[in-house]
Design a protein around this ligand. Structure first.
Ligand code: NAP
Length: 434
């Protein structure tokens, strides 16, 4: 028998567990360990609540969790409740799939002002992440700024601009729905430090902005290169840029605006104790396609500033870490003997949910090559780990507990919504009698 620990129950963790279960059959036990009492990581806390079709992938993960030999151990923080070394004592291999939950910083003056928040915080707030349930983002001003030209910036801008009716069928948490319903924000400026050809937004996500009930996407065609230049773009990017251009043709009166401000590099954030305005420098593309400042500066009013400029993986004591890349130091997923990483903790924060599948399968293959199915080890696995955790007073949860929490969340759902998420660790634990 082999014992494997997969740390993290987001897409990367589940695809790795699935691959290991397929490779080993009943010759291995696989524990998926998560910091929170509930599974799914990015699917639960990251994917937008109005993108339920994307969240449905969790149903596939349920099948993995309920397969023979696979277990879920929740409410266990690796690095605090148990160290990586202790996991390595208990398991034949440990695969870190902890994602990249920390916001990268802009590194500009004023970033520490209240009203400046990272996308992990804002997304966590509307998605019921326990660390951000009390975020209370300032929504009382008329103007917000969203920094970054990726899909996360689109998520944040869209959520800020939607009406209550547009959240029907979503699982946005009650506290966010109430607060957004009272929001005074009328203008949301989306800042890109480069131009329309350099956006990292995908067509489907961008296209949604054209159909918002109360907000109109605005672009300035003067920011775009001549239309012929779009021919050189790869098809997906060309589609995105065409959608952007078409925003200029929407003839509609909507009370809110989503203003695309390209070639706009934030220099500082100013305000009296809280964010009031962004100071921005106009840029142009340099020879390598990077953003070069022109020296021209201007102000954008904003009492809420959301930075959507990428994420990093938190370091774990004793695990080699790539400071610049914000991920674990690894070679094709291998960190050290019997220690691996997958997903964003391996590659950095890029790619879709599906990108994690081949990633997890590849690492599972490496594990299987090092420890062929049929070979066996003498480590105690999950039973030993659970004894250690119990001695330390850690209230670990299992998948049956999750099913009870899930049922309680579904029972509490407002009309038309799949669930009303509990947003505090204590609530989850109380729901399962801990
Ligand atoms: P991303 O796609 O890497 O975009 C980050 C953006 O931040 C880029 O526009 C980048 O500009 C900008 N940026 C970085 N540093 C900056 C700085 N110092 N100042 C100003 N701008 C800066 O990252 P993301 O939006 O966080 O998304 C992460 C991944 O999740 C992506 O692969 C994304 O597609 C995926 N995702 C998918 C969905 C979906 O499918 N519905 C939803 C959300 C996220 P430069 O290009 O100039 O560096």
């Amino acid at each position: 028998m082999r014992h494997f620990a997969v740390v993290g129950s987001g897409p990367a963790g589940f695809y790795t567990a699935e691959a290991l279960a397929k490779a080993y059959g009943d010759a291995a036990k696989i524990d998926i360990i998560d910091r929170y009492p509930v599974p799914y990581g990015l699917i639960r806390f990251g994917v937008a609540p109005d993108h339920q079709a994307l969240k449905a992938v969790a149903k596939r993960y349920d099948k993995v969790a309920e397969a023979a030999g696979v277990g879920f151990i929740g409410n266990v923080c690796v690095g605090t409740d148990a160290t990586v070394d202790e996991l390595l004592e208990h398991y034949d291999a440990v695969i870190l799939a902890i994602g990249a939950p920390h916001d990268r910083k802009l590194g500009i003056p004023g970033e520490e002002l209240s009203g400046v928040i990272g996308s992990a915080e804002f997304v966590g707030w509307y998605n019921g992440h326990p660390d951000f349930a009390d975020l209370d983002p300032p929504l009382g001003g008329a103007h917000a700024a969203v920094i970054g030209n990726g899909n996360v910036a689109l998520d944040c801008a869209r959520i800020l601009s939607k009406t209550r009716a547009e959240f029907e069928g979503s699982d946005i948490v009650g506290h966010a729905l109430e607060a957004l319903g009272k929001s005074a924000i009328k203008t949301i400026t989306i800042l890109g430090r480069r131009g329309p050809h350099q956006i990292a937004m995908t067509p489907k996500e961008l296209g949604e902005l054209a159909h918002l009930e109360a907000a109109l996407p605005l672009v300035d065609l003067a920011d775009f290169p001549p239309q012929e230049a779009d021919e050189a773009l790869e098809p997906g990017q060309r589609k995105s840029v065409t959608i952007l251009r078409d925003f200029a043709n929407i003839r509609a009166n909507r009370p809110k605006s989503l203003v695309f401000d390209f070639f706009a590099k934030p220099l500082s954030i100013e305000g009296d104790g809280h964010a009031e305005r962004l100071i921005v420098e106009r840029t142009e593309l340099d020879d390598k396609g990077g953003a070069r400042g022109t020296g021209e500066t201007y102000e954008i009013p904003a009492s809420l500033v959301i930075t959507c400029i990428g994420y990093s993986t938190p370091p774990i004591a004793g695990v080699p870490y790539d400071e610049r890349g914000g991920k674990f130091l690894n070679e094709n997923g291998r960190i050290a003997d019997r220690l691996y990483c997958v997903g964003w903790a391996r590659r950095g924060p890029t790619g879709t949910i599906g990108t994690n599948r081949p990633d997890g399968y590849e690492v599972a293959e490496q594990v299987a090559a090092a420890m062929p199915a049929g070979s066996s080890g003498d480590r105690p696995g999950g039973e030993g780990l659970k004894r250690l955790l119990a001695e330390r007073g850690v209230k670990a949860t299992d998948f049956t507990d999750w099913r009870r929490i899930e049922a309680a969340e579904e029972a509490a759902a407002r009309a038309g919504s799949p669930r009303e998420k509990m947003v505090r660790v204590e609530e989850w634990l109380r729901a399962v009698g801990r």
